[in-house]
Write a protein that binds this ligand. Structure first.
Ligand SMILES: C[C@H](O)[C@H](C)C(=O)SCCNC(=O)CCNC(=O)[C@H](O)C(C)(C)COP(=O)([O-])OP(=O)([O-])OC[C@H]1O[C@@H](n2cnc3c(N)ncnc32)[C@H](O)[C@@H]1OP(=O)([O-])[O-]
Length: 718
């Protein structure tokens, strides 16, 4: 809703009231319309100020209403009412003016912003475009190039940049509402003709066509199949080529086209999913709202390899005092240099103070005796990690949290090395750890709720999105990656090429296909895991070479590693690179020859494999494992899995995530296709639809937010 009050005698004050971000719900829109009519009708009122409660102007349209039938006054007539007002209307922008909130402000005749406010059109991140005149007013106010930048990127700008661009008229460090009231009084009675932005001519810079061509090329390059960015360019183009009213019609057409698209639904689902994961729960009943995190002031990192260095930087940048330990002198000095460089670059990029003084380096584990939390990031070897945990358990002060950055080893086995297994939890960062936003917080059966709460909170303080998951081989992300990679290998055996498989996945929206990712992270990483799982065997020919534990296995990755082809780092992997460390993947004739030879050796006949089969086998195998993870209670809900895959594994955000995508395809369709491939490949258990997936499909493809009800039913009934 919206409150109305009269201030300073002649100023009508309209205050948006819809916590937490004063989103423009039906009630708020109705309130604004009613209060505007009231202010315009009261003769004593000479001007109007619009502001938001709790120091936030407006977070835009109420996204929670998108799934329901529209009620209340539409946005466009509301902004027209304000712009056409006969009395000056001043927007007092505190905190945020985003999306429909900025459109509301642009319909006002003046905008006063607090210096800490941020403004922007983030609609593109929701698969939409500014649909209440933003694409028609912003280019008229600030010019085409700047408008295209803000609308196609969705980036937020500071009040200072908004002033410089001409979006706001004044920036104040004082109370913006008071400043707006004074301003409103100062413009009372002045003509408003020059303040109605929709009446402005849209600037036509000489190289207009080139500007739009460049913008369209830019969004095509970065969109990876997302349709909203290109549609935003079209809408702004209408502002230049059409009179305002016609431009608004075009904006409405393009908006509804996006609003009804699957991508918009996927991006809105993801918006709430990324917020839902903070309301975590564990399989043994611990919850976000009943588990109190412990205070952490001082942390430590053991092992300063690539991951340890990134974690150290991320902790220091978040303001924690850090003890960084590396027992090898040489490694320690190299790490010091690397960490300093990362801190300097980060400080320059983010305009924040350097955090060098936050870090103390040491060669001795003894140095961590007084810290509140330790993150172990040594080499991915169970025996080595066990030794470290035994040391930490003996050295650390009582109550210190012992966390491990392992990417898939048994958390509880490490906990058994300590006197206090309840203090052990996994904090699985993703490379580069100071950049990647995802953190898998892995709780073991003995991890205490406070310890999980503390690790989740640490992640948030480090600017991460923390997702709580249960302890199992590979946790959630890497566990689902296994069947995905397995299918990719099998497709090569049956006739596909790495370029073909990667092209299909990149057209789907992945930044990189499975084989380029494998080359980037190093084929030897997976090889080591397969060796420790006892999967790698010397047998190179005959059936035994391609069977493990009664199931089909492809030794292709192992054979490449035996030939020293570890990917980018060796300049050769599934693709060839111009030199070791090269980044540009090129098809490798040697590999094609090797595949033909391999197929001949194993009596495999290559066949034509179409786009659909590549996509379905790779994605449905991964999705099926996701349902198995939900069934096992390793992840509490589909949102947890989708956030992990979007932030940690490059799943295209405009596809919502693997679980949301399965819902969009139709669970019955996923079951039917898995069964189809399982019939052809009976020796691949990963293609056998898991019972939770079957159950959900059989219960009529319930909407994804209904899955938890089925999942939470006692597992025995599944
Ligand atoms: C025609 C028109 O052109 C079109 C069509 C539109 O206008 S489309 C809409 C365009 N607007 C946006 O895209 C802004 C989206 N919001 C944000 O970017 C951020 O929220 C934030 C504003 C920068 C605050 O960040 P935060 O980190 O401080 O808190 P939070 O955890 O994110 O959010 C705090 C709580 O507020 C909820 N929330 C935030 N914005 C909301 C919105 N616009 N509608 C409904 N709920 C919203 C959010 O779900 C969470 O709820 P809960 O989880 O606590 O239950």
């Amino acid at each position: 809703m919206a409150l109305y009050s009269r201030v300073s005698g002649s100023v009508g004050m309209i205050t948006l009231q819809n916590p937490p971000v004063n989103a423009l719900s039906a009630a708020v829109r109705q309130g604004i319309v009613d209060m505007m009519h009231r202010a315009l009708s009261e003769p004593e009122v000479k001007s109007v100020v619009i502001c938001g409660q709790n120091g936030k102007f407006c977070g835009g349209a109420d996204i929670r209403e998108f799934g329901a039938k529209m009620t209340g006054p539409p946005l466009v007539p509301m902004v027209h009412l304000i712009e056409a007002a006969s009395k000056p209307v001043v927007a007092a922008i505190e905190g945020i003016a985003l999306g429909g909130g900025l459109e509301l402000a642009l319909s006002c005749h003046y905008r006063i912003a607090h210096s800490k406010a941020t403004l922007g059109f983030p609609e593109v991140a929701l698969g939409l475009l500014p649909g209440a005149g933003g694409t028609q007013r912003l280019p008229r106010l600030i010019g085409v190039p700047a408008a295209l930048d803000l609308i196609t990127t969705g980036r937020h700008v500071t009040a200072a940049e908004a002033r410089q661009l001409g979006i706001v008229d004044e920036v104040t460090d004082l109370n913006a509402v008071d400043a707006a009231v004074k301003f409103a009084q100062s413009v009372t009675g002045k003509s408003l003709d020059a303040r109605r932005i929709s009446t402005y001519p849209c600037p036509r810079p000489p190289d207009l066509d080139a500007i739009f061509e460049r913008a369209m090329q830019q969004v095509r390059r970065s969109a990876r199949g997302a349709i909203a960015p290109g549609t935003c360019v079209q809408a702004v183009h209408a502002a230049v080529t059409l009179p305002y009213a016609k431009g608004m019609e075009r904006e409405r057409e393009l908006f509804s086209l996006l609003f009804t698209s699957g991508q918009a639904r996927a991006l809105q689902y993801y918006f709430f999913a990324q917020r839902a994961v903070s309301r975590w729960s564990t399989a043994n009943g611990a919850r976000w709202d009943t588990s109190k995190p412990r205070p952490v002031r001082k942390a430590a990192v053991i092992g300063l390899g690539t991951m340890g260095r990134g974690i150290t930087v991320s902790l220091a940048q978040a303001g924690f005092s850090v003890v960084a330990v590396e027992t090898q002198e040489q490694q320690l000095s190299e790490a010091k240099q690397a960490v300093s460089g990362m801190l300097e670059r980060g400080a320059k990029r983010r305009g924040v103070p350097l955090a060098h003084d936050k870090i103390k380096y040491s060669c001795s584990v003894q140095a961590v005796a007084d810290v509140d939390l330790v993150i172990e990031a040594v080499f991915e070897d169970m025996a080595l990690k066990k030794t470290v945990f035994q040391q930490l358990s003996a050295i650390c002060k009582p109550g210190a949290l012992l966390c491990t950055n392992t990417s898939g080893l048994d958390i509880d086995e490490l906990a058994s090395q300590t006197q206090s297994p309840e203090l052990v939890v996994g904090m699985h960062f993703f490379a580069p750890a100071h950049v990647m936003q995802l953190l898998e917080v892995v709780y073991g059966p003995r991890s205490s709720p406070e310890v999980v709460a503390t690790a989740m909170q640490m992640g948030k303080k480090m600017g991460k999105v923390s997702v709580a998951v249960g302890n199992c081989r590979g946790f959630v992300g890497n566990r689902m990656l296994k069947p995905y990679l397995e299918q990719a290998f099998f497709l090569l055996e049956e006739g596909a090429t790495p370029e073909q498989v990667d092209q299909v996945l990149e057209e789907f929206g992945f930044a990189m296909g499975v084989f380029k990712v494998s080359d980037l992270s190093g084929l030897d990483v997976g090889w080591k895991v397969r060796k420790s799982d006892g999967l790698v065997s010397p047998a190179s020919t005959g059936t035994s070479a391609r069977i493990r534990g009664g199931s089909r296995y492809s030794p292709l990755g192992d054979l490449l590693c035996e030939r020293g082809r570890f990917g980018q780092k060796t300049g050769r992997g599934w693709f060839q690179y111009d030199k070791p460390g090269g980044r540009v993947a090129k098809p490798d004739p040697w590999l094609h020859g090797f595949l033909e030879e391999y197929r001949a050796q194993h009596g495999l006949v290559a066949r034509r494999i179409d786009h659909q089969e590549v996509l379905e086998r790779c994605l449905y195998a991964l999705i099926n494992e996701g349902f198995q993870i939900l069934q096992d209670g390793i992840a509490a809900g589909p949102e947890d899995i989708d956030v992990i895959y979007v932030l940690g594994y490059g799943w295209p955000r405009h596809r919502g995530g693997p679980m949301f995508y399965a819902g969009q395809v139709g669970l019955d369709k996923v079951v039917e296709r898995l069964e189809h491939y399982q019939q052809i490949h009976p020796d691949v258990p990963g293609l056998q639809p898991c019972s939770l997936l079957r159950k959900l499909a059989a219960s009529g493809n319930p909407a994804i937010h209904k899955w938890r009800e089925v999942i939470q039913k006692p597992r025995s009934q599944l």
